[in-house]
Design a protein around this ligand. Structure first.
Ligand code: UD2
Length: 353
């Protein structure tokens, strides 16, 4: 090389150094769990799943019909968008038929996890049969039932495209452990089974739901998004300093009184596989790291989920219609209950009260 190539060599070296830095950063076993501090917008993967009216109406939109939307008329009694511009889904904020027709051509599969360990197996028949009636009706749904009693899983007749897969897991003597360990098992399910392997993707979206609940009305495509959280019915009128977040600084789930957006449910969350995998991996890693110092967050994985959602804002937020509680009276803003926790006797049903 002669003198004249000097600037070229310098530019080439800079490009190489930047490139190596980028590869190192992306390959990242070195990235610590605390580095989830970046607020994540919609993932790229979501773009590939974005529903399109063009695909819904091959004739160029002529056959597509829907009510004229308005930016002046609509719900005024509730907030329908977060400060980071994610929709908050309430009844009468979306057109179910339009959304279904937009998602139908994408041929999506929705994986759904539910855990039924010990006496919680009794909730499974109602959960599954009501899910068949109301949960993503007309779409392919694969239910993954994790249980210590595979033989007790009921045979629920389901519509075409809807299947139940049983995953045997050990029982536990601590309900906290059952509840919290779900994140690790969901991570394994996504990584070993659901993700793209070769030419086959076993699911596009995943929802993770509590079993002691029933569906009462539509829960459908309006809930799809990259990272989806559900607002807990018990705290949406309260100030964040009163949320039952983990407050001890010794826990990786800690949120101070000035932090947190909403109080989200541990009993329902979901989204695209990649985003949910990042969530469950982070939460289970942080839960295990806490355990090494003898700390268990106030509400186990729900506390970690809330900490996660503070720094990784959900791209879609579902209103408490999507997880109500049967013992709670209806409030005026609640026009519909889609999914609700049944009344249960904790002392009788849990392995440890
Ligand atoms: C809340 C959350 C729950 C979880 C928990 C804190 C809601 C509606 N529920 O509910 O998701 O975050 O706080 O840990 O947000 N399970 C069994 N067998 C058991 C115990 C639990 O299968 O013996 C499973 C089952 O799927 C159940 C889930 O774990 O639905 C959560 O347990 P829970 O319903 O007892 O928790 P709970 O009511 O405190």
């Amino acid at each position: 090389m002669n003198m004249y190539n000097k600037p070229g060599i310098i530019i080439l070296s800079i490009v190489l150094i930047l490139g190596m830095g980028f590869v190192y950063y992306e390959s990242e076993p070195h990235r610590s769990v605390q580095q989830q501090l970046v607020v994540q917008p919609e993932s790229i993967e979501h773009d590939q799943l974005r529903p399109s009216v063009l695909s819904a109406a091959p004739s160029g939109g002529v056959s597509l019909r829907s009510k004229q939307p308005s930016i002046l008329r609509g719900r005024k009694d509730v907030v329908t968008v977060t400060p980071w511009l994610a929709p908050i889904v309430w009844e009468d904020t979306f057109d179910p038929e339009l959304l279904d027709s937009m998602y139908a051509p994408l041929n999506v599969t929705i994986a759904t996890t539910v855990f039924a360990v010990g006496k919680y197996i009794r909730f499974l028949p109602d959960f599954l049969s009501t899910a068949d009636q109301f949960f993503f009706v007309g779409f392919r749904v694969h239910f993954y039932v994790f249980t210590d009693q595979p033989d007790a899983v009921p045979e629920v007749k389901m519509a075409a495209g809807r299947e139940v897969f049983v995953r045997p897991i050990p029982s536990s003597r601590r309900w906290q452990q059952i509840s919290a360990h779900r994140m690790t098992l969901i991570q394994t399910l996504i990584e070993s089974q659901l993700r793209n392997r070769g030419d086959r993707q076993h699911a596009h979206y995943i929802f993770c739901l509590d079993v002691d609940s029933k569906f009462h009305a539509r829960w459908g495509t309006e809930s799809l998004g990259s990272l989806v959280a559900v607002i807990h019915p018990g705290y949406y009128t309260k100030s964040r300093s009163d949320f039952p977040y983990e407050r001890r600084q010794t826990s990786l789930a800690c949120l101070s009184e000035e932090q947190g957006d909403f109080y989200y449910c541990g009993g329902a969350f979901g989204g695209e596989l990649t985003a949910v995998n990042h969530l469950v991996t982070t939460c289970s890693t942080n839960f295990d790291l806490d355990a090494t110092t003898g700390v268990e967050a106030a509400w186990q994985e729900e506390s970690h989920l809330n900490r996660y959602m503070w720094t990784n804002k959900p791209s879609k937020v579902l209103s408490p219609e999507y997880l109500w509680q049967d013992f709670k009276g209806r409030t005026s803003e609640l026009k519909i209950v889609r999914f609700s926790g049944v009344v249960k006797n904790y002392r009788e049903i849990r392995p440890n009260a």
